[in-house]
Design a protein around this ligand. Structure first.
Ligand SMILES: [Zn+2]
Length: 358
């Protein structure tokens, strides 16, 4: 009997303790709720961005950057990916910025000109954060060409150093092009090729094979190797490029211009002249810079093609514009960017070509 009472006492004491704890918990809950509802502390509502502009994509985050970055994790729209790339830069995680910008540039959905401009700007910033600003130079140039966003334009202008030297004069003469027979080209398989149609752009590549030998036989051998790879391994109808330029500045005829090339993958080949500079323009042991003679020959060839096909400076591309590739190499991209800038200064706009299209 006595023992039983004892238990009852204990039980009732437990009950009152439990009641006190629930009161404390309830009080805490009331306090928390009132804090969250107080006008000074609005609950953090977040809606992902649906447009791309400086004031949206590059806005200072209103919450910790890492929190917003995580909130966007599963969102694969261009506005969200570009915002994530910006936040990754804020967090000093340039590789993630490169990945997100790359997804916009090379993902399944083709970016608009505005989206591409922001993706390229963010990519250039990411390269700069990685200590390789020269790798982003082409992206910067391209973004400056594409963007209509005033703030982005200003950011890009302040970042591009205007080189003091005047563009070199580019000779306005017909160029000598070494014939296909001089490198013993194989006969093309015409059924594997499409007609070129109207020409609207040109793209610069490197062969990604070391070459500093200027002897015609050595250069011809490399071109044959490329043709062999394109026809036998990849099943193309002919060598994929329309022109090849060796380290001595000799220009070689590749695929006849009446046929569409095979160098920029899929539809990117439509109306696109492929120019390949022989050599591997990557830094490091197996790479080297393009020779000055080779660069000069490229400039002359490009100038002639732009004139002949009524194209403008903005119709010049690097392979890396169309695909996530190193081509035409880290040491070559700034050279192409400079060429585009020189052409822009000379006022080569391609307006005539645009007018002719309509
Ligand atoms: Zn290429």
């Amino acid at each position: 009997m006595f023992q039983r009472r004892q238990w009852q006492v204990n039980d009732s004491r437990k009950g009152s303790l439990a009641r006190s704890y629930s009161w404390i918990a309830l009080l805490g809950l009331v306090l928390l709720t009132s804090c969250a509802a107080a006008p000074g502390n609005p609950a953090p509502a977040y809606s992902p961005p649906t447009s791309v502009s400086s004031s949206v994509t590059l806005a200072r985050p209103s919450m910790p950057a890492a929190v917003e970055f995580d909130l966007l994790e599963r969102n694969q729209t261009a506005p969200a990916l570009l915002r994530r790339a910006f936040l990754a830069l804020e967090l000093h995680r340039p590789q993630e910025a490169l990945d997100d910008a790359g997804e916009v540039l090379y993902g399944p959905k083709k970016p608009s000109a505005n989206e591409e401009a922001f993706a390229r700007f963010l990519r250039a910033e990411a390269f700069a954060q990685q200590g390789m600003p020269e790798r982003g130079q082409y992206d910067r140039e391209r973004a400056a060409v594409l963007t209509l966003d005033l703030q982005l334009r200003q950011r890009l202008q302040s970042a591009i150093p205007i080189p003091p030297e005047q563009p070199r004069a580019i000779a306005d003469v017909d160029l000598v092009v070494t014939d296909r027979s001089d490198w013993n080209a194989k006969t093309p398989r015409r059924k594997n090729m499409d007609p070129m149609g109207s020409i609207s752009r040109l793209t610069i590549h490197h062969s990604a094979m070391f070459l500093r030998d200027t002897r015609p036989s050595a250069c011809a051998a490399q071109i044959q190797r490329i043709q062999m790879d394109h026809m036998q391994t990849r099943g193309y109808g002919d060598i994929g490029y329309h022109y090849l330029i060796d380290p001595s500045g000799r220009i070689w005829e590749g695929r006849d211009l009446q046929w569409q090339g095979a160098h920029a993958s899929g539809d990117h080949n439509v109306g696109n002249i492929g120019i390949c500079l022989l050599g591997n323009f990557m830094p490091g042991r197996k790479g080297h810079k393009p020779s000055q003679l080779q660069v000069t020959a490229m400039e002359r060839l490009v100038a002639q093609l732009l004139r002949r096909h009524q194209l403008g400076a903005n119709d010049i591309y690097c392979h890396s514009h169309f695909k996530n590739t190193e081509c035409p190499g880290e040491l070559m991209e700034p050279v192409v960017a400079q060429l585009i800038r020189n052409m822009q200064r000379k006022g080569v706009t391609g307006v005539a070509a645009a007018a002719a299209d309509h």
